[in-house]
Design a protein around this ligand. Structure first.
Ligand code: NOJ
Length: 749
């Protein structure tokens, strides 16, 4: 019998000796300062630090100031405006007894004033550096208004596009999401936390929230420990390793225990295993909601369970402030639990430099909507769009094109293109595709008729004008999609088709016989099988943010070649959910030969003719588009897969390389992907797992050798008992997406 060997994570020290010493000195002096403060603080003031207040809770602005003066509040959310922040900080610093600054938090999820594509769109760039810079820009803009803590990154893996919050995350894959989580944290926090432009990041929602049953937001989750550890927790670990200062607990109950009091998550994983040194905050109301979950008798019980599990700060409800004193008297919570929580909060305030300077300089705001920020937003939006189909090379539009019809409810929808979660985005600053195409091609060549006023519009009165415009032009560009309000928190859908009468309008436009380009601007991967069949080209552009219009125009006109790749599997219909590429093979996997489509089954055919394989009679077993998929205006050819050896041992690593050649006639980016399969495991293993990716630029005719290093440690997984690398045979692929690639194999000894 072959013996498994264990994976020992190796920590790489990312600091020079000198800077480590400095950091240690700083940390020591913070601890001393915290000791001093804590020695003087009353219990009420400690409880105040543990309370995050929404202005609405206070009742009036005056009462809020009073609470700050009395030390009854450690943090504010949804409180903004430079003058307002400076004044409330002044009260905290000068008029409260302990002179402790406030932590001002806000949801800056995909941009502040300069709005970037929704995070799912940013994930489609497969470009951590670009994403890091987007988050840096968001932090620079937000901090200029006094915000020093953001509730991002949202890194909930999900397999369910019905779930509205799929828009806010990085998709289905733990490897891609981990790379992006680290980039986002680094962007948010910058090089040094006490830089005035640094925000504390908050990895959320810890954990399992994306597995809400039926994709219905806030719903129950049941997740096995292998799925937790091999999938859900991976991006959180990456965020913690990247230095994320805070973690937010999730709304859901996980295997029967709400995340906000879940000791497996908060004590075992976060504290004991990861040694997390930051602060934990509840989600909005998630402490008292444990009563609804049926896990707590009343608010006192809820406060006790959250504190005992390790939730340092309560967001937007007051079960802590109302109950801690009594809980202490009764011995249900201990003084050291309270002290630990307060220490975590004060430490963060020291690290952010708030004690030295909690104020905002008016000149800081000059950065808002800076030209360079907008230019970056345009680049991110361009790299996030995924070309799903391009029959007959209908795209890019020919240089000399004389007329196009711009149709559809998302062509000129400034608020919708900003997507969910942009409290601060300004639709009047959005540049829509209609505006950008008019700028690019000249207004005379663009014939606009919306056809439908908004995405759910079912009225067909606008069809005639749309068809008239379509009949006069060379190419029709239809802007399909969803309004922003159809995705995001609380915005789950049971069906994930194009809403309203959009499909009907697409049918009529296709019937004109004119080349039809469909651009989809949505907050989730929609089921667009029929529409994809009807259109000649499909560009999936998500909700692309402030600069979505110019980015889409760049792509349609060929200034930029599409290079986005799907961060989620696209299903043919909601009935296929959950569908993710790293599924298990099953005992009866389907293959081309085994699928019998429902309409081809002869009447009264014997049951045995159907194949007894794992497929749906109506969908088959393949998705509409696989994870990692995305076309370009050029072609890339993959050849010469080489492995540095046939086997590796427990300390070993393998080099896997392939040649990628741009055989088309334009320069373009390609995202080269590396997948593996562990053929046999002590628990069944996925059919493929992403283990590496590189975004490369190849000029036309150019080729490059793309090389990946695969360490044995990268193959470790949790099997229900332990995390280990199991010896045996592995497949490896380098390719353009999860469904294809050059294949090789190796052995782990
Ligand atoms: C609830 C959401 O779940 C969370 O993501 C957000 O950060 C908080 N509300 C604060 O707005």
């Amino acid at each position: 019998m072959k013996m498994p060997f264990y994976f020992l994570p190796v920590a790489f020290l990312a600091c020079t000796t000198l800077s480590c010493v400095r950091t240690e000195n700083k940390a020591e002096s913070y601890e001393k300062k915290i000791d001093k403060l804590m020695a003087e603080m009353t219990l009420e003031e400690k409880i105040g630090q543990m309370s995050q207040i929404d202005p609405g809770m206070a009742g009036s602005p005056e009462r809020l100031k009073e609470m700050v003066r009395e030390g009854r509040c450690g943090s504010l959310l949804n409180f903004f405006g430079m003058e307002e922040v400076n004044e409330i900080q002044r009260i905290a610093m000068e008029e409260s007894r302990m002179h402790i600054p406030l932590l001002i938090g806000r949801d800056v999820i995909h941009g502040y004033k300069t709005v970037f594509p929704i995070p799912l769109g940013m994930a489609a760039t497969w470009n951590p550096d670009l994403v890091k810079k987007a988050f840096r820009i968001s932090a620079v803009e937000a901090s200029s208004m006094g915000i020093r803590w953001t509730f991002a990154p949202m890194i909930d893996i999900t397999w369910d596009p019905r779930w509205g919050r799929i828009a806010e995350g990085c998709g289905e894959d733990p490897f891609l999401a981990s790379a992006l989580a680290a980039a986002m944290v680094e962007g948010i926090q910058g090089d040094s936390l006490n830089d005035p432009t640094a925000l504390a990041a908050c990895a959320k929602h810890f954990a399992g929230y994306g597995f809400a049953e039926a994709g219905r937001d806030y719903n129950t989750t049941y997740i096995t420990e292998p799925v937790m550890r091999n999938v859900v927790l991976k991006p959180f670990k990456a965020a913690v390793d990247a230095g994320a200062q805070t973690i937010m607990t999730a709304f859901n109950d996980l295997n029967g225990v709400p995340a906000t009091a879940n000791e497996f998550l908060l004590k075992k994983v976060l504290n004991d295993e990861w040694n997390f040194q930051g602060m934990v905050v509840s989600d909005w109301g998630s402490v008292p909601e444990m009563i609804n979950h049926g896990y707590c008798r009343d608010e006192k019980d809820a406060a006790a369970k959250a504190i005992r599990a390790g939730v340092d700060m309560e967001m937007a409800t007051n079960t802590y402030s109302a109950n801690i004193e009594q809980l202490l008297e009764e011995g249900v919570v201990t003084e050291s639990m309270i002290n630990d929580a307060v220490r975590d909060i004060l430490r963060l305030k020291f690290r952010l430099g708030l004690f030295d300077n909690p104020y905002v300089r008016p000149e800081a705001q000059k950065v808002i909507l800076d030209e360079a920020h907008l230019e970056h937003a345009r680049q991110v939006a361009a790299q996030s769009a995924v070309l799903l189909k391009n029959s007959g090379q209908v795209l890019p539009l020919p240089a000399g094109i004389k007329s196009i019809a711009v149709i559809g409810p998302l062509a000129d929808a400034p608020r919708d293109q900003l997507g969910t979660w942009c409290f601060d985005g300004d639709p009047s600053r959005s540049v829509t595709p209609l505006e950008a195409l008019k700028n690019e091609l000249g207004p005379g060549r663009v014939h606009y008729a919306a056809g439908l006023e908004y995405s759910r519009d079912k009225r067909t009165e606008g069809f005639a004008a749309a068809l008239k415009a379509a009949n006069r032009v060379e190419v029709i560009v239809f802007f399909a999609g969803e309004e922003w309000i159809l995705s995001g928190e609380g915005q789950s859908r049971g069906e994930i088709s194009l809403p309203g009468a959009q499909t009907e309008l697409i049918r009529r436009l296709a019937a004109t016989g004119k080349p039809l380009v469909m651009v989809v601007m949505a907050g989730r991967p929609l089921a667009i099988e029929e529409e994809t069949r009807l259109a000649d080209a499909v560009l999936y552009a998500w909700h692309g943010g402030t600069m979505a219009g110019p980015a889409i125009a760049d792509l349609l006109t060929g200034k930029v070649s599409p290079s986005g790749k799907l961060p989620v599997t696209f299903v043919k219909g909601a009935g296929q959910i959950p569908f993710y590429y790293y599924r298990k093979n099953t005992g009866r996997p389907a293959s081309d030969e085994s699928w019998t489509p429902i309409d081809s089954i002869p009447v009264e055919n014997p049951q045995s003719s159907l194949g007894y394989r794992s497929f749906h009679l109506d969908y088959g077993y393949t998705p509409l588009f696989p994870f990692g998929y995305g076309l370009s205006y050029t072609q890339f050819e993959y050849t010469n897969l080489e492995l540095s050896g046939a086997s590796i041992d427990r300390n070993g690593s393998l080099t896997v390389r392939a040649t990628v050649e741009n055989t088309g006639d334009r320069d373009a980016h390609e995202v080269v992907q590396l997948y593996v399969r562990d053929r046999v495991g002590s628990i069944t293993r996925p059919v493929k797992e992403l283990k590496g990716f590189q975004r490369i630029l190849l000029k036309k005719g150019e080729k490059a050798v793309v090389e990946f290093t695969l360490g044995a440690a990268d193959l470790a997984f949790f099997n229900g008992k332990e995390t280990l690398v199991e010896p045996g045979e592995f497949d490896v692929w380098i390719g353009p997406d999860s469904s294809q690639g050059l294949h090789g194999e190796f052995i782990v000894q």
